[in-house]
Design a protein around this ligand. Sequence first.
Ligand code: OOG
Ligand code: NI
Length: 487
Amino acid sequence: MTRVSTTQLRCRFAERLSSLYSVEVPAYNTLVDVSREVNERVLRRDGATAEQLGSLARVTSERHGAIRVGTAAELGQVARIFGALGMHPAGFYDLRDAHPLPVPVVSTAFRPLAREELAQNPFRMFTSVLVPEDRRFFDEELGSRLQAFLAARQLFPDELLILADRAQEHGELAAATAERFLDLATHAFALSSEPVDRAWYAALEQVSVVAADIGGVQTTHLNHLTPRVLDIDELHRVMTERGIVMLDEIQGPPRWDGPDVLLRQTSFRALAEPRTFREADGTLRQGSLRVRFGEVEARGVALSSSGRVRYEQLVQAVDRVVVEDPGRPRSEIAAAVWNAGMPNTYRELERQGLAQFTYRVADAVPAGAAPHTRDELIDHGWLHIEPIVYEDFLPRSAAGIFSSNLSDGARHDDQQGGPLRDAAWLAAAIGRPLHVPEDGYAAESAASLASVSERLGIVLQSAKEHGPSAPTPPPSPPAATTSPRPR
Ligand code: OOG
Ligand code: NI
Protein backbone atom coordinates (compact mmCIF):
# COMPACT_ATOMS: atom_id res chain seq x y z
CA MET A 1 0.00 0.00 0.00
CA THR A 2 1.39 3.43 -0.88
CA ARG A 3 2.25 5.62 2.05
CA VAL A 4 2.43 9.39 2.11
CA SER A 5 5.16 10.90 4.28
CA THR A 6 4.74 14.02 6.41
CA THR A 7 6.96 15.85 3.92
CA GLN A 8 4.70 14.84 1.04
CA LEU A 9 1.65 15.75 3.11
CA ARG A 10 3.11 19.24 3.60
CA CYS A 11 3.77 19.66 -0.14
CA ARG A 12 0.24 18.54 -0.98
CA PHE A 13 -1.33 20.65 1.72
CA ALA A 14 0.47 23.75 0.42
CA GLU A 15 -0.82 22.98 -3.09
CA ARG A 16 -4.35 22.41 -1.82
CA LEU A 17 -4.39 25.72 0.02
CA SER A 18 -3.03 27.47 -3.03
CA SER A 19 -5.85 26.06 -5.21
CA LEU A 20 -8.40 26.99 -2.57
CA TYR A 21 -7.14 30.53 -2.19
CA SER A 22 -6.90 31.08 -5.94
CA VAL A 23 -10.64 30.41 -6.18
CA GLU A 24 -11.50 32.41 -3.06
CA VAL A 25 -9.28 35.44 -3.81
CA PRO A 26 -8.63 35.65 -7.58
CA ALA A 27 -6.16 38.55 -7.21
CA TYR A 28 -3.88 35.99 -5.57
CA ASN A 29 -3.40 34.46 -9.03
CA THR A 30 -2.07 37.70 -10.40
CA LEU A 31 0.36 37.89 -7.53
CA VAL A 32 1.54 34.33 -8.17
CA ASP A 33 1.87 34.91 -11.93
CA VAL A 34 3.80 38.14 -11.49
CA SER A 35 6.04 36.54 -8.83
CA ARG A 36 6.92 33.74 -11.23
CA GLU A 37 7.69 36.18 -14.05
CA VAL A 38 9.84 38.32 -11.78
CA ASN A 39 11.74 35.29 -10.50
CA GLU A 40 12.50 34.08 -14.01
CA ARG A 41 13.63 37.55 -15.03
CA VAL A 42 15.93 37.82 -12.01
CA LEU A 43 17.45 34.46 -12.86
CA ARG A 44 18.20 35.63 -16.41
CA ARG A 45 19.55 38.92 -15.10
CA ASP A 46 21.70 37.67 -12.22
CA GLY A 47 22.55 34.12 -13.27
CA ALA A 48 23.64 31.71 -10.55
CA THR A 49 23.79 34.36 -7.82
CA ALA A 50 19.99 34.62 -8.10
CA GLU A 51 19.78 31.18 -6.50
CA GLN A 52 22.12 31.88 -3.60
CA LEU A 53 19.17 32.15 -1.25
CA GLY A 54 17.29 29.12 -2.54
CA SER A 55 16.80 27.33 -5.85
CA LEU A 56 14.29 28.75 -8.31
CA ALA A 57 12.24 25.59 -7.79
CA ARG A 58 12.06 26.16 -4.06
CA VAL A 59 11.40 29.88 -4.30
CA THR A 60 8.70 29.51 -6.96
CA SER A 61 6.68 27.02 -4.97
CA GLU A 62 7.36 28.75 -1.65
CA ARG A 63 4.39 30.14 0.28
CA HIS A 64 3.52 31.26 3.74
CA GLY A 65 -0.01 31.45 5.01
CA ALA A 66 -1.52 33.32 7.94
CA ILE A 67 -4.31 32.11 10.21
CA ARG A 68 -5.80 33.42 13.44
CA VAL A 69 -7.36 31.40 16.26
CA GLY A 70 -9.12 32.30 19.48
CA THR A 71 -7.84 30.19 22.38
CA ALA A 72 -4.89 28.27 23.73
CA ALA A 73 -6.87 25.06 23.12
CA GLU A 74 -7.44 25.96 19.45
CA LEU A 75 -3.76 26.77 19.12
CA GLY A 76 -2.91 23.37 20.57
CA GLN A 77 -5.12 21.71 17.91
CA VAL A 78 -3.54 23.74 15.13
CA ALA A 79 -0.15 22.52 16.37
CA ARG A 80 -1.29 18.91 16.01
CA ILE A 81 -2.44 19.48 12.43
CA PHE A 82 0.79 21.22 11.44
CA GLY A 83 2.84 18.64 13.36
CA ALA A 84 1.43 16.07 10.94
CA LEU A 85 2.91 18.15 8.13
CA GLY A 86 6.38 18.39 9.69
CA MET A 87 5.80 22.02 10.72
CA HIS A 88 6.95 23.09 14.18
CA PRO A 89 6.40 26.29 16.17
CA ALA A 90 9.26 28.76 15.72
CA GLY A 91 9.58 32.22 17.24
CA PHE A 92 7.30 34.36 19.37
CA TYR A 93 5.75 37.67 18.34
CA ASP A 94 3.67 39.95 20.57
CA LEU A 95 1.57 42.30 18.45
CA ARG A 96 -0.36 43.82 21.37
CA ASP A 97 1.86 46.86 21.65
CA ALA A 98 2.62 47.07 17.95
CA HIS A 99 2.90 50.43 16.25
CA PRO A 100 1.18 52.09 14.55
CA LEU A 101 -1.76 49.90 15.54
CA PRO A 102 -1.85 47.44 18.42
CA VAL A 103 -3.52 44.10 17.63
CA PRO A 104 -4.88 41.89 20.47
CA VAL A 105 -2.90 38.77 19.49
CA VAL A 106 0.37 36.96 20.08
CA SER A 107 1.84 34.80 17.33
CA THR A 108 4.26 32.11 16.27
CA ALA A 109 5.04 30.47 12.95
CA PHE A 110 4.78 26.76 12.18
CA ARG A 111 7.46 25.66 9.74
CA PRO A 112 9.89 22.88 8.91
CA LEU A 113 13.15 23.27 10.84
CA ALA A 114 15.68 20.98 9.14
CA ARG A 115 17.58 22.27 6.11
CA GLU A 116 16.55 19.25 3.95
CA GLU A 117 12.90 19.70 4.90
CA LEU A 118 13.04 23.39 4.05
CA ALA A 119 14.59 22.50 0.71
CA GLN A 120 11.75 20.05 -0.06
CA ASN A 121 9.07 22.58 0.78
CA PRO A 122 9.46 25.43 3.26
CA PHE A 123 5.70 25.98 3.72
CA ARG A 124 5.06 27.97 6.88
CA MET A 125 2.03 29.35 8.67
CA PHE A 126 2.05 32.59 10.65
CA THR A 127 -0.39 31.75 13.44
CA SER A 128 -1.92 34.26 15.80
CA VAL A 129 -3.98 33.65 18.93
CA LEU A 130 -6.39 36.18 20.40
CA VAL A 131 -5.98 37.45 23.98
CA PRO A 132 -9.57 38.10 25.18
CA GLU A 133 -8.27 38.53 28.75
CA ASP A 134 -6.33 41.64 27.73
CA ARG A 135 -8.20 44.51 29.40
CA ARG A 136 -6.36 47.07 27.28
CA PHE A 137 -8.66 45.88 24.47
CA PHE A 138 -11.66 44.09 25.95
CA ASP A 139 -13.56 45.24 28.99
CA GLU A 140 -14.70 42.64 31.53
CA GLU A 141 -18.10 42.13 29.94
CA LEU A 142 -17.04 41.83 26.31
CA GLY A 143 -14.00 39.76 27.28
CA SER A 144 -16.16 37.20 29.13
CA ARG A 145 -18.73 36.99 26.34
CA LEU A 146 -15.89 36.46 23.89
CA GLN A 147 -14.32 33.72 25.98
CA ALA A 148 -17.68 31.95 26.30
CA PHE A 149 -18.25 32.21 22.53
CA LEU A 150 -14.82 30.78 21.77
CA ALA A 151 -15.10 27.99 24.32
CA ALA A 152 -18.35 26.80 22.72
CA ARG A 153 -17.11 26.46 19.15
CA GLN A 154 -15.16 23.65 17.53
CA LEU A 155 -12.87 24.68 14.69
CA PHE A 156 -11.48 21.27 13.85
CA PRO A 157 -13.43 18.00 13.62
CA ASP A 158 -12.23 15.16 15.85
CA GLU A 159 -11.52 12.98 12.82
CA LEU A 160 -9.03 15.55 11.51
CA LEU A 161 -7.19 15.70 14.83
CA ILE A 162 -7.08 11.92 15.18
CA LEU A 163 -5.62 11.54 11.68
CA ALA A 164 -3.14 14.31 12.43
CA ASP A 165 -1.92 12.48 15.53
CA ARG A 166 -1.62 9.28 13.55
CA ALA A 167 0.43 10.98 10.81
CA GLN A 168 2.70 12.51 13.39
CA GLU A 169 3.19 9.28 15.29
CA HIS A 170 4.07 7.23 12.20
CA GLY A 171 5.61 9.96 10.07
CA GLU A 172 3.20 9.00 7.28
CA LEU A 173 -0.34 8.00 6.34
CA ALA A 174 -1.75 5.40 3.96
CA ALA A 175 -2.69 6.98 0.61
CA ALA A 176 -6.46 6.91 1.10
CA THR A 177 -6.20 8.19 4.68
CA ALA A 178 -3.85 10.93 3.51
CA GLU A 179 -6.49 12.12 1.04
CA ARG A 180 -9.10 12.21 3.78
CA PHE A 181 -6.75 14.08 6.10
CA LEU A 182 -5.92 16.66 3.41
CA ASP A 183 -9.60 17.15 2.54
CA LEU A 184 -10.49 17.81 6.17
CA ALA A 185 -7.44 20.01 6.83
CA THR A 186 -8.00 22.15 3.74
CA HIS A 187 -11.71 22.49 4.47
CA ALA A 188 -10.90 23.70 7.99
CA PHE A 189 -9.19 26.78 6.52
CA ALA A 190 -11.76 27.61 3.82
CA LEU A 191 -13.94 30.68 4.20
CA SER A 192 -17.27 29.52 5.63
CA SER A 193 -20.58 30.51 4.04
CA GLU A 194 -22.32 30.33 7.43
CA PRO A 195 -24.15 33.59 8.21
CA VAL A 196 -22.27 36.06 10.41
CA ASP A 197 -24.12 37.44 13.43
CA ARG A 198 -24.14 41.14 12.58
CA ALA A 199 -24.44 42.58 16.10
CA TRP A 200 -21.81 40.31 17.64
CA TYR A 201 -19.36 40.91 14.81
CA ALA A 202 -19.91 44.68 15.05
CA ALA A 203 -19.36 44.68 18.82
CA LEU A 204 -15.96 43.07 18.35
CA GLU A 205 -15.12 45.29 15.38
CA GLN A 206 -15.38 48.25 17.76
CA VAL A 207 -12.33 46.86 19.51
CA SER A 208 -10.42 45.48 16.54
CA VAL A 209 -11.16 44.15 13.06
CA VAL A 210 -8.82 41.26 13.84
CA ALA A 211 -10.77 40.42 17.00
CA ALA A 212 -13.98 40.32 14.93
CA ASP A 213 -12.37 38.18 12.24
CA ILE A 214 -11.29 35.68 14.89
CA GLY A 215 -14.05 35.74 17.49
CA GLY A 216 -16.99 37.01 15.44
CA VAL A 217 -17.50 33.74 13.55
CA GLN A 218 -17.71 30.02 14.29
CA THR A 219 -14.86 29.02 11.97
CA THR A 220 -11.35 30.03 11.03
CA HIS A 221 -9.90 30.70 7.57
CA LEU A 222 -6.73 31.47 5.75
CA ASN A 223 -6.10 35.21 5.93
CA HIS A 224 -3.55 35.34 3.13
CA LEU A 225 -1.14 33.16 1.20
CA THR A 226 2.15 34.75 0.32
CA PRO A 227 4.44 33.89 -2.58
CA ARG A 228 8.15 34.65 -2.46
CA VAL A 229 9.92 36.81 -5.03
CA LEU A 230 13.57 37.44 -5.73
CA ASP A 231 13.04 41.16 -6.41
CA ILE A 232 10.19 42.75 -4.49
CA ASP A 233 10.76 46.26 -5.89
CA GLU A 234 10.34 44.88 -9.40
CA LEU A 235 7.21 42.99 -8.34
CA HIS A 236 5.76 46.16 -6.84
CA ARG A 237 6.35 47.98 -10.12
CA VAL A 238 4.75 45.26 -12.29
CA MET A 239 1.71 44.81 -10.03
CA THR A 240 1.11 48.56 -10.11
CA GLU A 241 1.40 48.47 -13.91
CA ARG A 242 -1.31 45.79 -13.96
CA GLY A 243 -3.62 48.05 -11.99
CA ILE A 244 -3.43 46.30 -8.62
CA VAL A 245 -2.93 48.94 -5.97
CA MET A 246 -0.16 47.82 -3.67
CA LEU A 247 0.52 49.58 -0.40
CA ASP A 248 3.26 52.15 -0.82
CA GLU A 249 5.47 50.84 1.90
CA ILE A 250 7.64 47.78 1.73
CA GLN A 251 8.04 46.46 5.29
CA GLY A 252 11.48 45.50 6.57
CA PRO A 253 14.89 46.54 5.28
CA PRO A 254 14.94 49.06 2.42
CA ARG A 255 16.30 48.67 -1.07
CA TRP A 256 19.96 49.57 -0.51
CA ASP A 257 23.44 48.88 -1.88
CA GLY A 258 23.81 45.59 -0.01
CA PRO A 259 22.27 42.12 -0.35
CA ASP A 260 18.76 41.22 0.81
CA VAL A 261 18.73 40.89 4.59
CA LEU A 262 16.05 39.15 6.71
CA LEU A 263 12.66 39.76 5.14
CA ARG A 264 10.94 42.39 3.00
CA GLN A 265 7.16 42.27 2.58
CA THR A 266 4.35 44.22 1.04
CA SER A 267 0.63 43.66 0.48
CA PHE A 268 -2.40 44.80 -1.42
CA ARG A 269 -5.36 46.01 0.53
CA ALA A 270 -8.02 43.58 1.65
CA LEU A 271 -10.75 43.13 -0.94
CA ALA A 272 -14.46 43.20 -0.21
CA GLU A 273 -15.77 39.61 -0.13
CA PRO A 274 -19.47 38.77 -0.10
CA ARG A 275 -20.69 37.38 3.24
CA THR A 276 -24.16 36.62 4.56
CA PHE A 277 -25.20 38.35 7.78
CA ARG A 278 -27.89 37.45 10.30
CA GLU A 279 -29.64 40.59 11.51
CA ALA A 280 -31.00 41.15 15.00
CA ASP A 281 -34.51 40.13 13.86
CA GLY A 282 -33.21 36.86 12.42
CA THR A 283 -33.37 37.83 8.73
CA LEU A 284 -30.44 37.05 6.47
CA ARG A 285 -28.92 39.81 4.38
CA GLN A 286 -26.04 39.94 1.91
CA GLY A 287 -23.13 42.15 2.79
CA SER A 288 -19.38 42.15 2.50
CA LEU A 289 -16.27 42.15 4.65
CA ARG A 290 -12.77 43.33 3.89
CA VAL A 291 -10.50 41.04 5.82
CA ARG A 292 -8.36 38.94 3.53
CA PHE A 293 -5.54 40.37 1.52
CA GLY A 294 -2.59 39.55 -0.71
CA GLU A 295 0.98 39.71 0.42
CA VAL A 296 4.34 39.03 -1.18
CA GLU A 297 7.80 38.73 0.30
CA ALA A 298 11.51 38.59 -0.49
CA ARG A 299 13.86 36.73 1.84
CA GLY A 300 17.46 37.52 2.63
CA VAL A 301 20.33 36.37 4.81
CA ALA A 302 19.68 35.59 8.50
CA LEU A 303 21.43 37.89 10.99
CA SER A 304 23.38 36.89 14.08
CA SER A 305 22.30 38.27 17.44
CA SER A 306 24.67 41.22 17.06
CA GLY A 307 23.32 41.68 13.53
CA ARG A 308 19.81 41.83 14.97
CA VAL A 309 20.94 44.50 17.44
CA ARG A 310 22.37 46.44 14.53
CA TYR A 311 19.13 45.97 12.61
CA GLU A 312 17.09 47.41 15.51
CA GLN A 313 19.43 50.38 15.70
CA LEU A 314 18.95 51.05 12.01
CA VAL A 315 15.15 50.78 12.37
CA GLN A 316 15.26 53.40 15.11
CA ALA A 317 17.65 55.62 13.19
CA VAL A 318 15.30 55.55 10.18
CA ASP A 319 12.30 56.44 12.37
CA ARG A 320 14.23 59.31 13.89
CA VAL A 321 15.29 60.82 10.59
CA VAL A 322 11.78 60.40 9.14
CA VAL A 323 10.46 62.57 11.97
CA GLU A 324 13.20 65.16 11.53
CA ASP A 325 13.02 65.33 7.78
CA PRO A 326 9.35 64.78 6.92
CA GLY A 327 9.73 66.01 3.34
CA ARG A 328 12.10 63.22 2.35
CA PRO A 329 10.72 59.83 1.22
CA ARG A 330 11.14 57.13 3.83
CA SER A 331 12.67 54.70 1.32
CA GLU A 332 15.41 57.21 0.51
CA ILE A 333 16.16 57.89 4.17
CA ALA A 334 16.24 54.17 4.93
CA ALA A 335 18.66 53.45 2.07
CA ALA A 336 21.02 56.18 3.30
CA VAL A 337 20.86 54.94 6.89
CA TRP A 338 21.52 51.35 5.80
CA ASN A 339 24.36 52.25 3.45
CA ALA A 340 26.04 54.13 6.29
CA GLY A 341 25.35 51.64 9.05
CA MET A 342 25.52 48.10 7.63
CA PRO A 343 28.35 46.47 5.63
CA ASN A 344 27.06 45.94 2.12
CA THR A 345 28.66 42.62 1.12
CA TYR A 346 28.24 39.04 2.34
CA ARG A 347 32.00 38.95 2.84
CA GLU A 348 32.00 41.89 5.21
CA LEU A 349 28.81 40.80 7.00
CA GLU A 350 30.54 37.48 7.60
CA ARG A 351 33.84 39.02 8.70
CA GLN A 352 32.07 41.19 11.26
CA GLY A 353 29.90 38.34 12.52
CA LEU A 354 26.68 40.19 11.66
CA ALA A 355 25.04 37.57 9.45
CA GLN A 356 24.86 33.78 9.34
CA PHE A 357 26.65 31.63 6.76
CA THR A 358 27.60 28.06 6.08
CA TYR A 359 31.09 27.21 4.85
CA ARG A 360 32.25 25.05 1.97
CA VAL A 361 35.81 24.02 1.12
CA ALA A 362 36.79 24.99 -2.43
CA ASP A 363 37.50 22.19 -4.90
CA ALA A 364 41.21 22.91 -5.12
CA VAL A 365 42.83 23.77 -1.82
CA PRO A 366 46.64 23.67 -2.09
CA ALA A 367 48.67 21.83 0.52
CA GLY A 368 49.88 24.45 2.95
CA ALA A 369 46.43 25.99 3.25
CA ALA A 370 46.24 24.56 6.71
CA PRO A 371 47.92 27.14 8.93
CA HIS A 372 45.53 29.86 7.98
CA THR A 373 42.71 31.60 9.73
CA ARG A 374 39.13 31.50 8.58
CA ASP A 375 39.47 34.99 7.14
CA GLU A 376 42.59 34.12 5.18
CA LEU A 377 41.09 30.95 3.75
CA ILE A 378 38.05 32.91 2.58
CA ASP A 379 40.18 35.71 1.14
CA HIS A 380 42.28 33.15 -0.78
CA GLY A 381 39.14 31.63 -2.21
CA TRP A 382 39.76 28.31 -0.46
CA LEU A 383 36.72 28.56 1.70
CA HIS A 384 33.38 29.67 0.28
CA ILE A 385 30.68 31.30 2.37
CA GLU A 386 27.02 30.69 1.63
CA PRO A 387 24.28 32.83 3.17
CA ILE A 388 21.74 31.10 5.42
CA VAL A 389 18.29 32.27 4.36
CA TYR A 390 16.05 33.85 6.99
CA GLU A 391 13.05 31.52 7.43
CA ASP A 392 11.11 33.52 10.02
CA PHE A 393 9.12 36.74 10.43
CA LEU A 394 9.73 40.21 11.82
CA PRO A 395 7.50 41.57 14.58
CA ARG A 396 7.56 45.07 13.22
CA SER A 397 6.79 43.97 9.68
CA ALA A 398 3.99 41.72 10.91
CA ALA A 399 2.55 44.70 12.77
CA GLY A 400 2.85 46.75 9.59
CA ILE A 401 1.14 44.03 7.54
CA PHE A 402 -1.69 43.69 10.06
CA SER A 403 -2.22 47.42 10.36
CA SER A 404 -1.84 48.21 6.68
CA ASN A 405 -5.08 46.34 6.31
CA LEU A 406 -6.96 47.80 9.24
CA SER A 407 -8.83 50.90 8.36
CA ASP A 408 -8.95 52.29 11.85
CA GLY A 409 -7.29 51.84 15.17
CA ALA A 410 -8.11 49.28 17.77
CA ARG A 411 -9.69 50.51 20.98
CA HIS A 412 -6.75 50.40 23.32
CA ASP A 413 -6.60 51.60 26.90
CA ASP A 414 -3.00 52.14 27.91
CA GLN A 415 -3.91 52.58 31.57
CA GLN A 416 -4.63 48.88 31.84
CA GLY A 417 -1.98 46.19 32.08
CA GLY A 418 -2.01 43.16 29.79
CA PRO A 419 -1.82 39.54 30.96
CA LEU A 420 1.56 37.90 30.51
CA ARG A 421 1.82 36.19 27.16
CA ASP A 422 5.35 35.13 26.36
CA ALA A 423 7.21 32.37 24.58
CA ALA A 424 6.80 30.09 27.61
CA TRP A 425 3.02 30.66 27.65
CA LEU A 426 2.83 29.85 23.97
CA ALA A 427 4.94 26.71 24.33
CA ALA A 428 2.69 25.54 27.17
CA ALA A 429 -0.45 26.24 25.12
CA ILE A 430 0.97 24.22 22.27
CA GLY A 431 2.36 21.53 24.53
CA ARG A 432 5.72 21.42 22.82
CA PRO A 433 8.90 23.50 22.87
CA LEU A 434 9.20 26.61 20.78
CA HIS A 435 12.14 26.69 18.40
CA VAL A 436 14.28 29.81 18.87
CA PRO A 437 15.12 31.02 15.36
CA GLU A 438 18.39 32.81 16.24
CA ASP A 439 19.72 29.70 18.00
CA GLY A 440 18.86 27.58 14.98
CA TYR A 441 20.80 29.73 12.52
CA ALA A 442 23.79 29.98 14.86
CA ALA A 443 23.86 26.23 15.36
CA GLU A 444 23.69 25.58 11.61
CA SER A 445 26.58 27.93 10.98
CA ALA A 446 28.68 26.50 13.80
CA ALA A 447 28.06 22.92 12.64
CA SER A 448 29.17 23.84 9.14
CA LEU A 449 32.36 25.48 10.38
CA ALA A 450 33.10 22.47 12.57
CA SER A 451 32.78 20.08 9.65
CA VAL A 452 35.03 22.26 7.49
CA SER A 453 37.55 22.40 10.33
CA GLU A 454 37.57 18.65 10.50
CA ARG A 455 37.97 18.29 6.77
CA LEU A 456 40.96 20.67 6.71
CA GLY A 457 42.40 19.34 9.94
CA ILE A 458 42.53 22.76 11.60
CA VAL A 459 40.41 24.53 14.16
CA LEU A 460 38.64 27.47 12.56
CA GLN A 461 37.23 30.15 14.80
CA SER A 462 33.88 31.64 13.97
CA ALA A 463 33.76 35.38 13.42
CA LYS A 464 33.87 37.20 16.70
CA GLU A 465 30.47 38.77 17.15
CA HIS A 466 30.84 42.48 17.42
CA GLY A 467 29.15 44.09 20.37
CA PRO A 468 26.17 46.36 19.88
CA SER A 469 28.28 49.23 18.67
CA ALA A 470 26.17 52.06 17.38
CA PRO A 471 26.08 52.42 13.62
CA THR A 472 26.58 55.86 12.21
CA PRO A 473 23.23 57.09 11.01
CA PRO A 474 23.03 60.47 9.33
CA PRO A 475 23.47 63.21 11.93
CA SER A 476 20.31 64.44 13.55
CA PRO A 477 19.50 67.28 15.90
CA PRO A 478 18.91 65.74 19.32
CA ALA A 479 16.03 67.99 20.32
CA ALA A 480 12.46 67.52 19.15
CA THR A 481 12.72 63.81 18.66
CA THR A 482 11.33 61.01 20.71
CA SER A 483 13.11 57.80 20.01
CA PRO A 484 10.65 55.02 19.36
CA ARG A 485 10.76 51.94 21.52
CA PRO A 486 12.56 48.98 20.02
CA ARG A 487 10.20 46.34 18.73
C1 OOG B 1 -0.73 38.09 10.00
C2 OOG B 1 0.07 39.34 9.70
C3 OOG B 1 1.57 39.09 9.70
C4 OOG B 1 3.47 38.48 8.08
O1 OOG B 1 3.79 37.92 7.03
O2 OOG B 1 4.27 39.15 8.75
C5 OOG B 1 2.06 38.36 8.51
C6 OOG B 1 -2.21 38.24 9.85
O3 OOG B 1 -2.67 39.22 9.25
O4 OOG B 1 -2.92 37.36 10.36
O5 OOG B 1 1.37 37.66 7.84
NI1 NI C 1 2.09 37.20 6.00
